[in-house]
Design a protein around this ligand. Sequence first.
Ligand code: PMP
Length: 326
Amino acid sequence: MTAPGTICYYDGRFGPLAEARVPITTHAFNYGTGCFEGIRAYWNEAAGCLQVIRLPEHVRRLANSARVLRLQCPDLESPERAQEVICELLRRNAFRTDVYIRPIVYKSGSTIQVTLSGIESDWCVYAVGMGDYVDTKDGLDVLVSTWRRIDDNAIPARAKPTGAYLNAALASDEARSRGAAEAIMLTGDGHVAEAASSNLFVVEDGILITSPVSDDVLVGITRDCVLRMARSRSLAVEERRIDRSELFVADEAFLCGTGVQIAPVRSVDGRPIGGGRPGPVTTMLRDWYQQIVRGQVDDFSEWRTPIAVATADGGATAGAAGAGGQ
Ligand code: PMP
């Protein structure tokens, strides 16, 4: 059996990751003209299968990003086909750990011209084993970045263009070099947008508040999970502009995203949030989210797509379906 993580999808077929190479003339390599997704699948030991979280929503956002960047990709024209490629990749890699999946749609043609039209496109997918990539248990110290979040009129903020992540990298790098775990980014006109690569919620008087989708945020899928979870427990939620100084007076704050999951914020710009430790609303949501994505509760079971993984005897694990199996 192949070692987990060594098979990728590239150039229209599955093959060794080590052999997947992009020529240096590739348009996307020169100009950042690609878009991508970050998707998680969690290994469910009890069910003996991987469960991909909100796969249809991630594929839909990838297709939307591709449309914004004029990336043509036949596999993405059928969401079922794109989902099936991702599921098959996981099956072939036979992961038995939590996994991070990275599809990229990109301008694969070679031209010096800076444009979006008339350039060949392709897509590829790889996956790596991944647990919690930052230790978020006690809460994160964050700083408001001196870098502003990309404006939707500069680079489409609701897409995930590869090139746009220079903005996130500048902000994260600045935060880390100043001793913080992550950066909070403001819009061009100085309101809170989101963190460098996750969305932000604050809790004030029991109300969950997050920036509106019109404030240059990525419309996060975990953000949507949080909104749905909160509403299902009758917690008040507001999508409205957040002032910078609201961060300092919030009772609680947390980041959410596929990678970071739900991560409490314990300080902003050196000022402790709440008691400087994860608050009750954040803790409830963080723990419940973990139970949902790990399939330990029946709530929101439609968010999980189970994947049959090959067993040592060459069979498939029971109880798991293919793409869109739930
Ligand atoms: N904002 C940005 C800029 C991101 O890169 C991400 C990660 N995809 C998020 C928010 C969170 O989005 P999601 O919950 O869909 O992962």
